[in-house]
Every structure is written in structure tokens, then in C-alpha cells.
Design a binder for this molecule. Structure first.
Ligand code: GLN
Length: 447
């Protein structure tokens, strides 16, 4: 059924970069046998999933939606995907994204933009726009995304689906092609909080192959699916409701807060602080890490190589110039600049200090509140083409999501209404480190 739905929807949406119909049907048959033999019993057995194209699967093309990886077929599988496979997941293929996960609209893909299933003139958000559009259009039951600065939570909000970014270190990054290593996390996109919690439970695991992976003993996330927020302390940052926030988004988010209050949560607005520094700090740190991470794509070991070139350096230069798109080049140049001698202290080091202060602001907030509630994005999905011409405006749209990555916190977006154009709005729940259960509880009680 999902393969039929993919065939019907793809000419319009372009959610997928790669569809593996035969492999999926083979896997489904195998899983069916194992279910009948009683070997597979979990909730994910036989359920079809789509995987963002920056997550490696052995034998399946993985491009990061970039020309530079146009023919790259990994020889290993990401731990997150291994965990899903062990639970009997059926993998449908790879979903479209902003090139190397840099963007907020899925328009920087070398394979064309994905469109928003609610209105194809609008973007699905990004960078996990393919994953979120695929779930919204019932092309799969759930999907994997990655979130460096909001790339799961913002497109989930634009597509009217549920997306969760766990605490940094909860899901192994082994096999996730790095963008900003200190910020990147894989996470689930699904129809509702229940499905997100069930998938997260399978994805979370300690992994020796990722040195930042954490050993956790509290990964029974579905335990938090209780319709009970009595006494839960919820803080709403006043600095998340001010200038720049669309009025319809504001209304819908505050309505969500009132529903939780009616259910017994204790609501309060407060000043989080540091909010205006999040975007500059994030774009310095993420670009610095990206410039280093992306130096491996040189046309030598894998991926695209320019046809004609002059010497080794000429080959690097031409392959990278032709292989990377404009947004990726912008980040590489920005990142190299802030790391270069003379500028390191002025920009990179300052950004790291800002990051520490942002974490401190959240620590203070979580001494008073169990959950922070706010919007996921200042507006609903913009029209295609609007953001491409104005990258700075696009960066500013990340205001409510990026500080969560800088502080390593878990965040969850749940649909909370539509604007007058019929485009979805999402409410974001932010938890303290390792407190996914609090945001799952709040999200479940709300939806
Ligand atoms: N929009 C942000 C960026 O372009 C976040 C992307 C992400 O989370 N991967 O960096």
C-alpha cells in the first residue's frame, strides 16, 4: 500500500531521492516469516520506514542530496538503522533533504525541491523535508530525520507531523554523515507522539562506534505515554512570543498551552534570556564544524570527480567547485573564516562561550520547570523560492530550534492547528537533558 502511495504522490512531492521497491518487498516477506515463527514481536515489525539520505545503509545509495555524492554506495549501515532492522523494520528508500542538511526548506537539494503535501506551492521545511513530507502524505508510517539546528522539529511543524530530537548522545551518530558533529542527532518523524516514542525506544542505544554515545538506563520512553500532566510545571519563554512571531502561530501555540493548563499543568511565562545570541553562535559553530567535516569530499576516495583538471590541487578545486551547491559553499567559507588564525578568538571562541551561557540559561529554567513550551518556527511554511534568495532571512527562521541543539536538549514538535491558508502549525516542547519522558508526556496529553 505504501509503495502504491509513493507512486501516486512522488510526481507531485519528490519526497524520495531513492526508492528500493524490490528490496523492500523482499524484506517484508522475510519479516513476515519471522513474525509467523514468533521471532519478531515488537511494534515495529513489518512497518515500512523511510530514511533521510544522510544516513548510511549498506548497498543503498546515500547522496546527502549533493552532486558530490551522486554515486556513493556505503559499505556499512548506521547503528540507528541496524536497530530498526533488528526490530523488523522494512526500509522503503532514502528521503530528500537540503544538501548536507544545510537549510530549512529542502530547496538546496541537488535533486530538486520537495513540496509540502498540504499545499505544493509551499516548502515542506528542512532539512528533513523529505522525511516529514513522506510521513504527512502517508508514503511511509514513520521516517528517520536528523536535527543539527531544528531539521526534524521545523519540517515536522510545517508538514503537520510529529518529530522528536533526543538529548545529544542518545542515538548513535555512527553512519550519519556529519554536518556539525557536536550538534547532530538522528530522530524519529511519525504521525503522533505514541509512534515517536515507540521508534525512539528502538533507536536509543549505547554504541562503541560513537564516542559521544551515552549509556542510558531510562529508555523505556513509551512508559511516558500517560494522559497525565497534573502538577507538571510548564514555562513559556516570553522571549519566544515577541517580535517576528506570526500572530496565527502565536495564537495556536498559546491555545495548546491552555489545553494543558485545563488538564492540570501549571503554566507560567518567564524570561529565558540569551535568545538573540543563539543564531549567530549556532551559525559560527555549525559552519566551523561543517568546514572541517566536509574537507573529506575531495574527489579522491568517493563521489564526484571533475572530468578535466590540472594537477592534484586542480582536481580538488574543480571537483569541489562543481560538486557542492551554493549554500554548502557559503557554510564552508564562513566556517574556514571563523577558524582561521586571527579570527578564531573573535568568532569561534566567542561562539563557544555563548553556547555555554545558553546552556546556563536553560539550566536555570529547568530548575523551575519540567518542560518549556513555545513555537517551533516563527511562521508557517513559506512559498517555494522565497527563502533561496535571502539566506539570512532563512537563518533567522531557526530562532526557536537551534538553542536546543547548542544546549544538547531534547525537543518535540506536535501539530497544534492550521493558519488561515490551511498550513499546519506546530508547538514545541523542550525538556532538560535526558528528560525525554517529560516532553513525551506533555505532547501525548496535548495531542
Ligand atoms: N536550518 C539549520 C541549518 O541550516 C538547521 C539544519 C539542521 O538541523 N540540519 O543549519
Amino acid at each position: 500500500a505504501v509503495l502504491d502511495q509513493i507512486k501516486a504522490m512522488e510526481p507531485l512531492l519528490n519526497s524520495f531521492v531513492t526508492i528500493e521497491e524490490e528490496k523492500a518487498l523482499e524484506q517484508a516477506e522475510e519479516v513476515q516469516k519471522r513474525i509467523e515463527a514468533g521471532e519478531l514481536t515488537g511494534p515495529l515489525a513489518g512497518v515500512p520506514v523511510a530514511v533521510k539520505d544522510n544516513i548510511c545503509i549498506d548497498g543503498m545509495k546515500t547522496t546527502c542530496s549533493s552532486k558530490i555524492l551522486w554515486d556513493f554506495v556505503p559499505t556499512y549501515t548506521a547503528t540507528a538503522v541496524e536497530n530498526l532492522k533488528r526490530s523488523g523494520a522494512v526500509i522503503l528508500g532514502k528521503t530528500n533533504m537540503d544538501e548536507f542538511a544545510m537549510g530549512s526548506t529542502t530547496e538546496t537539494s541537488a535533486y530538486g525541491a520537495t513540496r509540502n503535501p498540504w499545499n505544493p506551492d509551499h516548502v515542506p521545511g528542512g532539512s528533513s523535508g523529505g522525511s516529514c513530507a513522506a510521513v504527512a502524505a502517508a508514503e511511509c508510517f514513520y521516517a528517520l530525520g536528523s536535527d543539527t539546528g531544528g531539521s526534524i522539529r521545523q519540517p515536522a511543524s510545517f508538514c503537520g507531523v510529529t518529530g522528536l530530537k533526543p538529548t545529544y548522545g542518545t542515538i548513535s551518530r555512527y553512519g550519519l554523515i556529519a554536518y556539525g558533529s557536536s550538534l547532530d542527532q538522528i530522530g524519529p518523524v511519525a504521525k503522533d507522539v505514541t509512534d515517536c516514542a515507540a521508534v525512539l525506544e528502538v533507536l536509543a542505544s549505547h554504541d562503541e562506534k560513537d564516542s559521544t554515545s551515552v549509556e542510558r538506563k531510562d529508555c523505556d520512553f513509551t512508559e511516558a505515554l500517560r494522559d497525565d500532566v497534573k502538577g507538571m510545571r510548564i514555562g513559556i519563554p516570553a522571549d519566544y512570543l515577541g517580535e517576528g512571531l506570526d500572530l496565527e502561530v502565536r495564537e495556536a501555540v498559546l491555545k495548546a498551552a491552555r489545553i494543558l493548563e485545563e488538564k492540570g499543568a501549571i503554566l507560567e511565562t518567564f524570561d529565558l534570556g540569551m535568545v538573540e545570541y543563539a543564531i549567530p553562535a549556532y551559525y559560527v559553530i555549525a559552519s566551523a564544524e561543517a568546514s572541517s567535516n566536509l574537507s573529506r569530499f575531495d574527489g579522491v576516495k568517493y563521489g564526484y570527480r571533475a572530468k578535466e583538471y590540472d594537477g592534484l590541487h586542480g582536481m580538488y578545486k574543480k571537483s569541489r567547485s562543481q560538486g557542492f551547491g551554493p549554500e554548502v559553499k557559503r557554510r564552508i567559507m564562513l566556517g574556514s573564516f571563523v577558524l582561521s588564525s586571527g579570527y578564531y578568538d573573535a568568532y569561534y571562541l566567542k561562539a563557544l562561550k555563548t553556547k555555554a551561557l545558553i546552556k546556563k540559561a536553560f539550566d536555570e529554567a529547568f530548575s523551575k520547570y519540567d518542560v518549556i513550551l513555545g513555537p517551533a518556527s516563527p511562521s508557517t511554511a513559506p512559498k517555494l523560492g522565497e527563502s533561496l534568495s535571502d539566506p539570512l532571512k532563512m537563518y533567522l527562521g531557526d530562532i526557536y530550534t537551534i538553542s536546543v541543539n547548542l544546549a544538547g536538549l531534547p525537543g518535540l514538535t506536535v501539530p497544534c492547528g492550521k493558519d488561515s491558508k490551511g498550513l499546519p502549525i506546530g508547538v514545541q516542547f523542550i525538556g532538560d537533558c535526558f528528560k525525554e519522558k517529560n516532553i513525551i508526556r506533555a505532547g501525548f496529553a496535548f495531542e
